[in-house]
Design a protein around this ligand. Structure first.
Ligand code: C2O
Ligand code: CU
Length: 441
């Protein structure tokens, strides 16, 4: 490629805010301090970003390829990148102290990602996470199917919330007693792709894949689209076992869902409001604004499902291998600690498994707070809640465990390595709620 072409390409990629994979060319992600203009303030807000963007650029790559990401840490503190949901080499999982050393300021690290699964994933730091994510470090990672269905549009919505002060700054105290005694840090400004209540243009007849990603530190969303039917076709990046209508799906921090939405042919000039209904007072996240135009033909196809993936029957004869009791204690580095079996990370009650053998784990929440529990590098299926069979028609990598609830999951340990397992409410994790599952031959 000559220099002019290179420059043009860089420019185009910059304009689109998307990074596309080219097998030979590593993608560059640089974490650094930058500025972001919210509509409410006269001056830009100091943020931390990837490549100067809020949120970070959407990474797109093809299933089956290997993507190299050259991460440069231009922050003043160590960092790392974790690829949430991807089944990859453990050494590339981005967890300082577990899979790699922290990437020091001014240093770089090359992540080699062998992309096994197609779907909706995301990336974020795994160091001082309650602060680094909150300051803006996160982005969406789309692994495209080899032959994607002919959607009219592929919309990606990274949902987030920010805790902003009146002066336009991000509230600078992280892991406060308040955050720790409750469900972490909930913000006062919801955004979709960094924008407050943005409008997305659609056309009558279009069939849209809408990918929702909860990138918030702590807030749970229950997205609802008034007047529009939506089917859930994928959860946490994986096609579902059986497609189901979006009714009330709790999108906890870390969770993703892909929706299949057809804009009705007679919907010209309509506006559909997408709102959150988890909070007592619903609020608007974004709108779908339908063009005043003739309908386009609706693409016809059946979205892929994965009926045979980690089926519940695998676990019928399996006993619970491990119960992790989730609770708070006095102590730890912030005065309030969040424990798994009474232990605070890095002193953790860990699990050790050989690959290929189905296992059952129970997350038992003895507290009255929320804990979205995430396991790195695997998918699992929810089998039971509070001891009652409750098999989900999809698999996950993150499950919200409600107050006093216990959730039984089944999974099959696969890739060797040490896989972090933790609450995705960042301040809970920072306050100790982490352990590991080690998979060893
Ligand atoms: Cu979103 Cu430990 O991960
Ligand atoms: Cu938690």
């Amino acid at each position: 490629m000559n220099v002019v072409k290179m420059m043009m390409l860089t420019l185009m990629i910059g304009l689109l805010g998307q990074l596309s994979a080219d097998a030979q060319q590593p993608l560059k992600l640089t974490a650094r301090e930058s500025q972001y203009q919210f509509p409410f303030f006269d001056t830009p807000t100091p943020v931390w970003s990837y490549n100067g963007r809020i949120p970070g650029p959407v990474i797109r790559a093809k299933q089956g390829t290997t993507l190299v990401v050259d991460f440069l840490n231009a922050l003043k503190e160590p960092s790392s990148i974790h690829w949430h949901g991807l089944r990859i080499d453990n050494a590339m999982d981005g967890v300082p102290g577990v899979t790699q050393d922290p990437v020091a300021p001014g240093e770089n690290f090359n992540y080699r990602l062998k992309l096994e699964d197609a779907g909706t994933f995301w990336y974020h730091p795994h160091f001082n996470s309650s602060e680094q994510l909150e300051r803006g470090l996160k982005g969406v990672f789309i692994v495209e199917e080899k032959d994607p269905p002919p959607w009219s549009q592929d919309l990606i919505w990274l949902i987030d919330d920010w805790l902003l002060q009146k002066d336009g700054n991000i509230y600078p105290q992280f892991n406060t007693g308040r955050d720790l005694m409750h469900d972490g840090r909930w913000g006062n400004v919801p955004t979709v792709n960094g924008k407050f209540q943005p409008a997305f243009q659609v056309t009558p007849g279009e069939r849209i894949r809408l990918r929702l990603i909860n990138g918030a530190n702590a807030r749970v969303f229950a997205p609802r689209i008034a007047g529009l039917a939506a089917n859930v076709i994928a959860v946490d990046g994986k096609p579902v076992t059986r497609v189901f209508p979006l009714d009330r799906f709790l999108l906890a921090p870390g969770n993703r869902i892909d929706l299949d939405i057809t804009i009705p042919r007679q919907a010209a000039a309509n506006t559909y409001v997408v709102e959150d209904s988890f909070s007592r007072k619903p609020f608007q996240l974004a709108t779908l604004t339908v063009a005043q135009s003739e309908p386009v033909p609706t693409p016809e196809f059946t979205p892929p499902t994965e009926a045979g993936f980690i089926p519940a029957q695998l676990f019928e004869a399996v006993n619970v291998e491990k119960t992790w009791d989730l609770n708070a204690v006095r102590g730890g580095k912030f005065g309030i600690g969040w424990t798994m079996n009474q232990k605070l990370w890095p002193d953790a009650d860990k699990a050790d498994y050989s690959p290929g053998i189905p296992r059952k784990i129970v997350f038992k929440n003895s507290s009255s707070r929320l804990h979205p529990m995430h396991i790195h590098g695997v998918f699992f299926r929810v089998l039971a809640r509070n001891g009652q069979q409750a098999v989900e028609t999809f698999t996950r990598d993150t499950v919200l465990v409600g107050p006093r609830e216990s959730v039984t999951i089944g999974f099959v340990p696969e890739h060797p390595g040490i896989w972090l397992t933790h609450c995705h409410i960042q301040s809970h994790a920072e306050a100790g709620m982490m352990t590991t599952i080690e998979v060893k031959k």
